[in-house]
Design a binder for this molecule. Structure first.
Ligand code: PGA
Length: 246
């Protein structure tokens, strides 16, 4: 695992955006695994800017997203399809036919199978972007006694519902289930870049820093098994988890 500590979250995001551009320049039809949430928003803003400047061409790029709320239409302002369109796809020259976000209205088991199909068709992603939950979840692979290899339907934990309530009018409106990429899809990507910032992530990130333990109680620790995993955090979080800057 490769840790990079940046002075602030914006600079962590800058590094990720530049890495994505590098990959796309080397492989114009690269497949990018993308994430939602507040953490990667600056990455998407920067990519939109770089695309506008002509520094990167997304016209042949393919994307697949980690997850989607079950029960939300793609037009729902809190659906992850809507998020991706608003935060990135509407601002870059990507062909939306080449972007995949699981169908939140489909039969959930079929939607999960279709997600795995999208992850692996034509080869696993060249790159995977990740955030991390306060409980260590990656995508919606929640902390618990077991993890699923395949994409699947998941009941969100109360801590995830509470954490995401800020995007809705109240916690009661947060969908209780989601369709998520499984651990296999995440770990199959050629390289994985996890961004984290904020004290709420300290326990989860400490589990990445502390020792070699891999545990379903902190799903992100499975990234320790990946040969090309990058963890990007800011100085404030590094301090909280006892990691030196640099
Ligand atoms: P956040 O979510 O970026 O909104 O903090 C991250 C996650 O839950 O994976």
């Amino acid at each position: 695992m490769n840790f990079t500590v940046s002075p602030d979250h914006a600079q962590s995001c800058e590094k990720v955006a530049l890495r994505i551009c590098e990959i796309v320049r080397q492989k114009p039809n690269a497949k990018l695994g993308l994430a939602t949430g507040s953490t990667p928003e600056p990455v998407y803003r920067r990519l939109a800017q770089l695309c506008k400047e002509g520094a990167v061409d997304f016209s042949h790029v393919r994307t697949v997203n980690l997850d989607e709320y079950w029960g939300l239409a793609p037009t729902h302002p809190q659906s992850y399809r809507y998020y991706m369109d608003q935060n990135l796809f509407n601002h870059i020259n990507i062909d939306k036919a080449n972007t995949y976000v699981a169908d939140g209205l489909a039969d959930p088991d079929r939607a999960a199978a279709a997600l795995d199909e999208a992850v692996f068709a034509g080869g696993a992603p060249d790159f995977q972007l990740l955030g991390i939950g306060g409980n260590g979840h990656i995508a919606f692979n929640e902390a618990g006694e077991r993890l699923s290899a395949d994409s699947h339907v998941v009941a969100l934990t109360q801590s995830t519902i509470d954490a995401n309530a800020r995007f809705f009018e109240n916690a009661g409106q947060v969908p209780r289930k989601a369709i998520t990429m499984g651990m296999k899809g995440i770990l199959a990507a050629a390289e994985v870049w996890l961004l984290a910032s904020g004290a709420a992530k300290q326990n989860a990130v400490r589990g990445l820093v502390e020792d070699g333990a891999v545990t379903t109680q902190n799903p992100a620790t499975f990234l320790k098994l990946h040969q090309n995993a990058h963890i990007l955090i800011d100085e404030a979080l590094a301090k909280l988890v006892g990691l030196q800057g640099g």
